[in-house]
Design a protein around this ligand. Structure first.
Ligand code: G4P
Ligand code: NA
Ligand code: NA
Length: 189
């Protein structure tokens, strides 16, 4: 994914606390051509994985996830985020703690969109501590579905997310892996 690496180098802005701002093409303004190529790449990587559903969390995971769903010709589901929620029987619900934002959110998926027959490919824009991906995996498991793999656009490899996901036996494919954001510089693995 040469284009993704170029975009990160040219347009990424390194903020305090090891945060990379990429709002020109991923987190606010969206580059559709780049998202299309991201979908093609995940499509190739997971072509033989028997994927039946793509799952992400709103909002920034939606663009890469929908392009992947276009390639693999399976539906895409985005988990919805809520601050708090009275328990509802027709929803799978998981709590996800964000270290970056220092807040917990509840994410939900309607029971009608996941079944034990599903093999779910989890897609997300960033992998930092791995909590979002693990929360999605727990939703898949609640449904009795299998996790076919996890596809990440930008992995911050200096944070523990990748290790936590591998430890649980998941296949992780990250299109850009950042080794360091020190001194305002992006260094890839
Ligand atoms: P984790 O899921 O891997 O544990 O990550 P964490 O809780 O630390 O991240 C919470 C939110 O911050 C997520 O977005 C995640 O994508 C985003 N994030 C983490 N590190 C970075 C970074 O370096 N740069 C950017 N731009 N985002 C980062 P979210 O709350 O789900 O928001 P949304 O943008 O998807 O709506
Ligand atoms: Na995000
Ligand atoms: Na996200």
């Amino acid at each position: 994914m040469e284009l993704l690496h170029q975009k990160i180098k040219q347009e990424g802005v390194v903020l305090e606390g090891g945060v990379l701002k990429v709002d020109t093409f991923l987190n606010h303004q969206v580059d559709a051509r780049l998202m299309f190529e991201i979908g093609q790449t995940f499509g190739e990587l997971f072509a033989e994985s028997g994927v039946t559903k793509i799952m992400t969390i709103e909002s920034s995971g939606i663009a890469p996830a929908v392009m992947t769903s276009l390639q693999l010709q399976v539906p895409m589901i985005f988990a919805r985020k809520r601050k708090s929620l009275t328990l509802r029987e027709d929803l799978y619900t998981e709590r996800i703690y964000s270290y970056t934002k220092q807040e917990e959110s509840e994410v939900t998926v309607s029971r009608k969109f996941l079944t034990p027959a599903d093999r779910v490919l989890i897609i997300d824009d960033f992998l930092a501590n791995g909590e979002a991906a693990l929360g999605m995996a727990r939703i898949a498991l609640q449904a009795g579905a299998e996790v076919a793999g996890i596809g990440i656009v930008i992995e911050k490899s200096f944070q523990p997310g990748r290790g936590k996901l591998l430890e649980q036996g998941f296949r992780v494919e990250s299109l850009a892996r950042i080794a360091s954001l020190e001194d305002g510089e992006v260094t890839f693995v």
